[in-house]
Write a protein that binds this ligand. Structure first.
Ligand code: URA
Length: 438
C-alpha cells in the first residue's frame, strides 16, 4: 500500500491490479483508514487518467452486489444529481416518467452537510418506507412504474467506505473521485439509461462550469463504455432550486410541481430531465417527450402516480390534502431585509447550512432530522428588495436554533444597486457525441 500511495503521490497511473488490491483491502478492512485517506488525497491532487478511472469505477461497482433489474419489464431509467440545495427533482421526475410508461427503479441517498437527500425528504411523509425487499421493489416498479427507495446495504460498499473518509478528510470535490463514486453506484444499480444532473455553482461541489462539464464528460464516458445510454445536464446551483429547502417543505413543492403550480425554475428542470429520460428510453424526439411530460402534469396523471407510489410504500397520502398542516413547524420566523437593493448573488452552500442548522439536515451521521424544519425563500438572485421585505421564512421546532441560522443566511446574500444579469438554469448538455453549451 505504501508503494501504491507513493506512486500516485508522484503522479503515475495505477495499474488495474493495484486498484483491485486497494479496493479489496478497503472493503475487507485490511487497509487502515490512514493509508486509504492518504491515497484519496494523492488522487485529489494528481487526478486519474481515463483508463485508470474506468478500472477504479468498475472495481468499486463490483465491490458489492450488481443488481439485475431484468425481472422488471421494459426499459429502466435512472437519474442522479451530484448534490445541491433544494434539489427535489427526483420526487417529481419519477412519477412523471412512470406516467409516460417508462420504468424507474431508483435508489437514492440521504443528505449530509449542506446537501439534501431524497430518502430523508420522502421519509417526512408519515409511514413512507424507504427499505423494501427486492421482490417488493421489482413488483412495485412492474405494477406502478416507479419506486424510490434507499440504497441497499451492499451496493458499492467500497464507495460507502471511501465517501465517509473523503467527507472527513477534505477530499470530496475531486473530479475522478466524484465520477467513480456516482458511476459505481449507477452501474451497480442496473438501469439501462442513466441521466446525470451535474450541479454547478456556490451550492455544488463543482464551483465552475468548466469543471462541471469535465465531470459530466467523464461520467458519460464511463456509462457509455459499460453499455449504458448515459447523458448529463450541467445545471445552475448558484441559488437553491425552487423556493423550499427542508424535507416536508420540499415534498410540498413537488406536489405543487405535479399540480402544475410549482416555481418556474424547478418546474422547468423537472420537465427537462423527465423529457430527456423519455427520449433516452426511446419514447420519441425531445420536443415530443416534453409535450408528453407537460400533458401528464396537466391531466393530473403525474400527481396520481406520485400518490400511487407513496401509498404503495406505506406513505399516508392524506397529507397531500392538507399541505399546510403537513409542513407546519412549531416556530415560523420571517427574515427581513435590512437594506435596499438587488440580490446579486447567494452563497448557496451557506443557505443549505442555515437550513441544516434549523434541523433540516444532519450535522453528523447520527443527527436526527426534524421533518418540518427548513427555509422558504421569498427573494432570490435578481430580485429587488426594500428594507423590511420578507427575504425568507424559517421553519423549526426549536426557537433557540433561529438566531445563528438567520445570521448565516443574511451573510450568504450579496447585494448590488444594479439589476444583476439573469442566470441560466442549464449550462450544458453532454452525451456520447460531445458537449452542447446552452
Ligand atoms: N455524490 C456521490 O454519490 N458521490 C460523490 O462523490 C459526490 C456526490
Amino acid at each position: 500500500m505504501v508503494d501504491i500511495i507513493s506512486k500516485k503521490r508522484d503522479g503515475a497511473s495505477l495499474s488495474k491490479g493495484e486498484i483491485q488490491y486497494f479496493i479489496d483491502g478497503c472493503v475487507d478492512g485490511s487497509i487502515p483508514d490512514y493509508q486509504t485517506s492518504a491515497l484519496l488525497m494523492a488522487i485529489y491532487f494528481q487526478g486519474m487518467e481515463d483508463r485508470e478511472l474506468a478500472d477504479f469505477t468498475m472495481a468499486m461497482a463490483h465491490s458489492g452486489e450488481m443488481i439485475d433489474l431484468s425481472p422488471i419489464k421494459g426499459v429502466k431509467v435512472d437519474k442522479h444529481s451530484t448534490g445541491g440545495v433544494g434539489d427535489k427533482t427526483t420526487m417529481a421526475v419519477a412519477p412523471i416518467v412512470a406516467s409516460c410508461d417508462v420504468k424507474i427503479a431508483k435508489m437514492s441517498g440521504r443528505g449530509l452537510g449542506h446537501t439534501g437527500g431524497t430518502v430523508d425528504k420522502l421519509e417526512s411523509i408519515p409511514g413512507y418506507r424507504t427499505v423494501l425487499d427486492k421482490d417488493e421493489f421489482f413488483n412495485q416498479v412492474n405494477e406502478i412504474g416507479a419506486s424510490v427507495i434507499g440504497q441497499s446495504g451492499n451496493l458499492a460498499p467500497a464507495d460507502k467506505k471511501l465517501y465517509a473518509l473523503r467527507d472527513v478528510t477534505g477530499s470530496v470535490p475531486s473530479i475522478p473521485l466524484i465520477a467513480s463514486s456516482i458511476m459505481s453506484k449507477k452501474l451497480a444499480a442496473g438501469a439501462d439509461c442513466i441521466l446525470l444532473d451535474v450541479k454547478c455553482g456556490s451550492g455544488a461541489f463543482m464551483k465552475n462550469v468548466a469543471d462541471a462539464v469535465t465531470l459530466a464528460e467523464k461520467m458519460v464516458t464511463i456509462g457509455e463504455h459499460n453499455g449504458k445510454r448515459t447523458m448529463a445536464y450541467v445545471t445552475n446551483m448558484n441559488m437553491p432550486l425552487g423556493q423550499n429547502i427542508g424535507n416536508a417543505l420540499e415534498v410540498k413543492e413537488v406536489v405543487d410541481v405535479l399540480n402544475g403550480k410549482g416555481p418556474e425554475d424547478l418546474t422547468k428542470e423537472c420537465e427537462e430531465l423527465s423529457a430527456t429520460l423519455l427520449m433516452m428510453a426511446g419514447k420519441g424526439r425531445h420536443s415530443e417527450c416534453l409535450a408528453m411530460v407537460k400533458e401528464v402534469i396537466k391531466n393530473g396523471q403525474a400527481m396520481n402516480k406520485f400518490k400511487e407510489m407513496v401509498q404503495a410504500q406505506g406513505g399516508d397520502i392524506s397529507v397531500f390534502d392538507d399541505l399546510d398542516g403537513f409542513t407546519k413547524a412549531a416556530v415560523c420566523y420571517e427574515v427581513k431585509a435590512d437594506r435596499d437593493g438587488y440580490i446579486a448573488s447567494m452563497d448557496t452552500e451557506a443557505i443549505g447550512i442555515a437550513s441544516t442548522m434549523l434541523g433540516a439536515g444532519r450535522e453528523t451521521m447520527e443527527s436526527v432530522i426534524d421533518p418540518t424544519a427548513g427555509i422558504t425563500i421569498c427573494k432570490k438572485t435578481g430580485d429587488k428588495v426594500h428594507v423590511g421585505d420578507v427575504l425568507a421564512v424559517f421553519h423549526t421546532s426549536r426557537e433557540e436554533l433561529l438566531s445563528p441560522a438567520v445570521k448565516r443566511y443574511l451573510e450568504a446574500l450579496n447585494y448590488s444597486q444594479q439589476t444583476p444579469e439573469q442566470s441560466k438554469l442549464v449550462y450544458a448538455v453532454v452525451d456520447k457525441n460531445g458537449v452542447k453549451k446552452l
